[in-house]
Design a protein around this ligand. Sequence first.
Ligand SMILES: Cc1cc2nc3c(=O)[nH]c(=O)nc-3n(C[C@H](O)[C@H](O)[C@H](O)COP(=O)(O)OP(=O)(O)OC[C@H]3O[C@@H](n4cnc5c(N)ncnc54)[C@H](O)[C@@H]3O)c2cc1C
Length: 254
Amino acid sequence: MSGKSMVIIGAGLGGLATGCYARMNGYRTRIFEQHTAPGGVCTAWQRQGYTIDGDIEWLMGCQPGSRYYHLYQELGVIKDCRLLPLNEFCSFLDEKTGRSMAVTSDLDRLAAGMKAMAPIDGGAIEEFINGCRTMQGFTGVPQPEMVELFKKYNISIAEFARRIEDPFLRWSISNMNELPETPVTVLFFILGGMADRQYGLVEGGSLNFSLAVARRYQDLQGRSPTGRTLQRSWWKTTGRWASDWLTATSTGQT
Ligand SMILES: Cc1cc2nc3c(=O)[nH]c(=O)nc-3n(C[C@H](O)[C@H](O)[C@H](O)COP(=O)(O)OP(=O)(O)OC[C@H]3O[C@@H](n4cnc5c(N)ncnc54)[C@H](O)[C@@H]3O)c2cc1C
């Protein structure tokens, strides 16, 4: 093989995006995918009349001007998918008492709701909301006040939640992320970004997002994902694919 060429293993978002950018930069590309369809974990499927969406619950960088938005433009997502604003991150309900809380992108509303529910925790609620506000306007490079915030709150969500006296609010904050050991600054980051309208949903779900990038790859005349498994044994027994570059975006043993 002469010239610039690249073999890419895996047609998930990583492999498809690599393929697109390689094509934009003049590489000949070939993507190998073991599944019959592109998308990897960013997919959805039908079962008994339901659509099971396995992936995007919130997409970062949904506003023009953000670095991600620019990337989505280059990868064909903005042309083919409608991004919808994410107004609610999650909500909590205590079925025994009927108490509930919606974690909204409107930080004033969120603060007012928390304080009405747990007036005893006013101080911790202020800290929480201020943390979110400090992360607003994040463009990829942390501002000095954000660095200070990371230093000050070098604690997990669970640790922060222990400061809360009201049991329902404590439980709600502990469960805002699947892993309570996640740094609390991750919540500040997400809720600050939501307040900036930077987080959204993809109309039609995750598969639409993947197929948009796959179409972009095909429009750039890359070789389409082959539906063939590329494994060590396949390398050994079936032949050789020579290329200047090999990019493996697959997880696990390849
Ligand atoms: C449950 C879940 C929820 C998520 N939610 C969000 C979210 O809300 N927002 C967000 O931005 N991100 C989210 N993510 C993360 C995001 O979806 C992933 O980071 C991204 O899709 C991973 O893409 P990838 O190409 O790196 O990997 P994968 O999607 O894993 O793609 C790897 C591909 O390689 C293929 N492959 C593997 N081995 C071989 C082989 N030997 N030969 C050929 N092909 C092979 C696989 O079949 C697969 O298609 C979520 C992820 C998960 C799992």
